[in-house]
Ligand binder design. Structure first.
Ligand code: AMP
Length: 335
């Protein structure tokens, strides 16, 4: 994303700029007085997986419970052991690609093997940062941006045992939804368009076609460190998007060989309530993007022109980064 600090702008700020900065400041102030705990719904369930669980069983559990990630618990050390996400399954797939002779062993791998798999394929481990639920939400957001994590666990320490307890996990989506729902009076001040604030990525976009293989899409996601690839037709018109979480139904049942199937086939394995894709135009204003987030389950926006041709992609991380860092004097270098 190319969100230049306000200081770098050539012109003095217009009334629109000033209002935009005022809106952003008000949202940041809101994030500083709310805690991560506030983001959680009144009642929620948390599924924690033991690291002794077989990887193949974890796939079933995620699918049966309609979740795409879960905190891990090491019952030997009685400690929180990170978060299981689609990236871990993508690592397992890469392992299978690099060591095809080991396919028979894959079924026996447990969640505790994930770190070894990561090392074997030379993946850079994702730093698992956590925050205390009662710390300001602003802190959780800054940590997420610093580590590029898309979710952050809320970890408390049990008073009696002194041991860590995972309270919940909050995602970029939950945080942006929380901002959108509670800040309508501030988000209406964000009247600049996506084009004006350079929100998202517009060059060197990674795309696939419906008949590209799932494996190709996965390799692209790994090489580019991205979680979604727009699916386009021969005229670059957007048809859908392949997401990292789409790999979960593809390998459920240990069918690693089926990754040679097409992206189009993989989309048919999505649950019925999948939200689909959201698009916007470069002229759309940020306040309308927050409206969409307020009303829908948006995980990214695909930027298209009037002919539905792909122009860019706006990830939730782009939006969070803009909301937190745009115009900040330190340019976001504080931890
Ligand atoms: P994400 O992985 O969705 O959090 O995105 C990380 C960064 O990569 C963001 O700045 C996105 O704008 C950018 N990005 C996401 N998907 C693509 C893609 N298919 N092609 C190019 N850039 C992308």
């Amino acid at each position: 994303m190319a969100a230049a600090p306000a200081a770098a702008e050539a012109h003095p700020p217009s009334p629109l700029d000033k209002e935009q900065l005022q809106g952003l400041k008000a949202i940041r102030d809101f994030l500083k007085v709310r805690t991560s705990y506030d983001v959680l719904p009144l009642s929620f369930r948390l599924i924690v997986l033991d690291t002794d669980l077989l990887i193949k069983k974890s796939l079933n559990i995620l699918t049966q419970n309609a979740i795409v990630s879960a905190p891990l618990w090491d019952s030997v050390t009685s400690r929180f052991a990170g978060i299981l996400t689609s990236t871990d399954y993508i690592n397992v797939i890469q392992y299978y690609c690099q060591f095809p002779d080991e396919i028979s062993k894959l079924g026996q791998f447990r969640l505790s093997s994930l770190r070894d798999i990561e090392k074997a394929i030379g993946a850079i481990p994702i730093e698992t940062v956590s925050v205390h639920p009662s710390r300001p939400l602003y802190e959780a957001c800054r940590r997420m941006l610093k580590t590029r994590a898309r979710r952050i666990p809320l970890v408390d320490v049990d008073d009696e045992t002194g041991r860590e307890t995972v309270i919940s996990v909050i995602t970029q989506y939950r945080i942006l939804k929380f901002i959108a729902v509670n800040n309508e009076h501030n988000t209406v001040m964000l009247k600049k368009s996506v084009r004006e604030v350079h929100l998202g990525s517009y060059t060197n976009l990674a795309t696939v076609h419906m008949n590209s293989t799932v494996l190709d899409a996965i390799h692209m996601m790994v090489d580019r460190n991205i979680s979604c690839i727009p699916i386009v037709d021969a005229e670059n018109r957007v048809l859908n998007a392949f997401e990292a979480i789409d790999v979960i139904p593809c390998i459920k049942g240990g069918a690693y060989e089926e990754l040679d199937g097409t992206v189009g086939e993989a989309l048919c394995k999505r649950p019925d309530d999948s939200p689909g894709i959201y698009t916007c135009g470069e002229g759309d204003r940020l306040d309308s993007i927050f409206d969409t987030i307020r009303k829908s389950r948006v995980h990214r926006l695909i930027v298209v022109d009037d002919d539905n041709k792909l122009k860019g992609i706006i990830s939730l991380s782009d939006i969070l980064k803009y909301v937190l860092l745009y115009g900040e004097e330190d340019g976001g270098h504080r931890s």
